[in-house]
Design a protein around this ligand. Structure first.
Ligand code: DAH
Length: 355
């Protein structure tokens, strides 16, 4: 039982606490329990009392102290909660508001180039395929006639992922060529596809990014020849660079998945960067007649069917077409850059515009 003076102090304190706002509550805490607070003074006064009296009074003062301190904490919790609720309401995010002051976005130049490629090859009767970014070793290398010991694997160093025991090692695909295999396994010829998509290699500088884009092409039929390959790629390059007389050169090369293989060059002026002018050659894509082993790996008889394939780097031809010097700019998401190099979403790639 508390002494009457203590009972009164408790009642007054509790009433004041109930009515207090945050600032008043802090004042009360200091006034009651602070260094020179009322209850602190009562505790100090115990020191001058007789032991018997001190015991009873001491217990009562402590009871008061605990009751007041509990009341202070409880009130603080209520006030904090109310303040938080108020803040949450005041700071509520309007998710329907535009995230940036921009009133419109643009089509990224990489996406635009893929749309242009789709428009050009679409007009030639190609359909679009895609495949997974995470491939396995067999689709990315072995089935494409690149066995485990082959040096071409080192040239396409990639990111190897941890596989399950007994599973073929998963890799981030180094090129879009594995989609040739996926398509040949699933669909009987004739086949006429392009494959735009993301590719990955362990490379990083002004002209290489660990993630980049390619478009693969594959045509397989009973009577597809090198002449088809040449006609198709010359038409593509002239349409893409909007240059009807663009010089195009086919230069013997090597890829494990084609035989014969050819690098395709276009004429340009190395000094000015002008495409189609001058007397220099610039390598632009890889191509060739599909290797008989690749067809056989997919269960297609190479004595009955043949075809051609090609692979083109999207960043590279986009940089050339638009005079972009550093490939890393594509991925910086700088709004000023995007506004300058981006394309209107309302003006899709159209063949009659020279694309
Ligand atoms: N896959 C090759 C690369 O990434 C590019 C390529 C070359 C693709 C020749 C082809 C081809 O289909 O026939 O370097």
């Amino acid at each position: 039982m508390l002494d009457p003076d203590l009972l009164q102090l408790q009642a007054e304190s509790e009433a004041a606490i109930q009515a207090a706002d945050s600032a008043a509550l802090e004042n009360l805490r200091v006034r009651l329990l602070g260094k020179s607070g009322q209850i602190t003074a009562l505790l100090k006064a115990l020191g001058g009392m007789e032991p018997e009296a001190r015991k009873a009074r001491g217990a009562a003062v402590n009871e008061l102290k605990n009751a007041v301190s509990t009341a202070l904490d409880a009130r603080k919790a209520i006030l904090d909660e109310a303040a938080l609720t108020q803040r949450l309401q005041a700071e509520r995010i309007d998710i329907s508001a535009p995230p940036r002051p921009e009133t419109f976005g643009t089509i990224h130049p990489i996406s635009r180039t893929m749309e242009e490629i789709a428009a050009i090859f679409g007009a030639m009767g190609f359909t679009i395929k895609d495949g997974p970014d995470i491939e396995d070793d067999w689709y990315n290398f072995s089935a494409l006639n690149i066995p485990a010991h082959h040096p071409a694997r080192a040239m396409m160093d990639t990111f190897y992922l941890q596989g399950q025991p007994g599973q073929r090692p998963p890799v981030l695909r180094t090129h879009t060529s594995p989609v040739q295999i996926r398509t040949l396994l699933k669909e009987p010829p004739p086949i006429r596809i392009i494959v735009p998509g993301r590719t990955f290699r362990a490379d990083h500088d002004a002209t290489h990014s660990p993630m980049f884009h390619q478009t693969e092409g594959l045509v397989v039929g009973k009577d597809i020849t090198l002449a088809h390959l040449k006609g198709c790629l010359i038409d593509f390059l002239r349409a893409f660079f909007d240059s009807p007389d663009l010089p195009v050169r086919f230069r013997a090369s090597y890829f494990p998945f084609t035989e014969p293989s050819m690098e395709v060059d276009i004429g340009w002026n190395r000094k000015t960067g002008e495409i189609g002018k001058g007397s220099d050659w610039l390598e632009i894509l890889g191509s060739g007649m599909v290797h008989p082993n690749v067809l056989a790996n997919c269960g297609i008889d190479p004595r009955e069917y043949q075809g051609f394939a090609f692979g083109v780097g999207i960043e590279r031809i986009t940089m050339l077409k638009h005079g972009i010097a550093d490939l890393r700019l594509f991925y910086e998401s700088d709004v000023r850059w995007l506004r300058h190099y981006g394309f209107s979403p309302l003006a899709p790639a159209m063949l009659h515009e020279g694309v």
